[in-house]
Design a binder for this molecule. Structure first.
Ligand SMILES: *Cc1c(COP(=O)(O)O)cnc(C)c1O
Length: 232
């Protein structure tokens, strides 16, 4: 039997609150991004009715259709790899982009945001694992990238995002989450204009509790809410 989205959501929210409590954190500091890639709109709607406030999508075209069907009463975050030729449409569709990883992409987003007359909040995706397939800016290039973005008047850098390798034991992801938090502290200490290190986007279905213990403010949870995805 397919489990119910509302029940799943409630369980995830309870586990988030318990992890926050363990870490001595206020649960209200931590927001849930329900990852709805490949999930059909009707099932996403069930989630919205059950209380989801933020949806995370990985593919621009798929997200566009869902946003047209489901509207803007919820916030939509982009968490996938963004191609520069999709910058314009991404700026129109999304409230926060988690996955900026190059100066070129930032420049295109800045241009598009200026044309729309808005200031777009973004996060930098940091590549902390050595897996070849992962996107993200390398640790050594973060300061330079943040400094470049701080000069872009239509972008607001709000924090960092990362995606550790998928470990069977979530404890193995902890050092990656600690590393991201340390990088965020380093960036905050630079006092760049338009750079606020308020958000740490880290933790997925398998490891969001560990991420919360290490300071996550946004956890990106798909499978634990919507069930296993059909492959894309
Ligand atoms: C798919 C995805 C998630 C959610 O993964 P689950 O394991 O299903 O919770 C989170 N973040 C990113 C970047 C993703 O692509």
């Amino acid at each position: 039997m397919m489990s119910n989205v509302a029940d799943n959501l409630q369980k995830v929210q309870e586990r988030m609150a318990a992890a926050a409590k363990r870490a001595g954190r206020n649960p209200e500091e931590i927001r849930l991004v329900a990852v709805s890639k490949t999930v059909p709109p009707d099932r996403v709607r069930e989630g919205i009715q059950a209380g989801i406030k933020i949806l995370g999508e990985n593919y621009v075209q798929e997200a566009k259709k869902k946003i047209e069907a489901l509207g803007h009463d919820v916030a939509w975050h982009f968490i996938g790899h963004l191609q520069t030729n999709k910058a314009k449409i991404a700026v129109r569709l999304f409230d926060l982009i988690h996955s900026v990883d190059s100066l070129h992409l930032a420049e295109e987003l800045n241009k598009a945001a200026r044309a729309e007359g808005k200031v777009l909040p973004i996060l930098l995706e940091v590549k902390l694992s050595t897996e070849k397939s992962k996107f993200g800016v390398e640790e050594d290039n973060i300061l330079q990238l943040a400094e470049g973005i701080s000069r872009m008047e239509n972008l607001m850098l709000r924090g960092l995002m990362t995606m550790p390798p998928l470990f069977p034991d979530p404890e193995d992801a902890r050092p990656y989450f600690i590393r991201l938090r340390k990088l965020s502290e380093l960036l905050a200490s630079q006092k760049f204009a338009r750079v606020l290190m308020e958000e740490l986007s880290m933790g997925m279905s398998n490891d969001f509790e560990v991420a919360i213990e290490e300071g996550a403010t946004l956890v990106r949870v798909g499978t634990a809410i919507f069930g296993p995805r059909t492959s894309k």
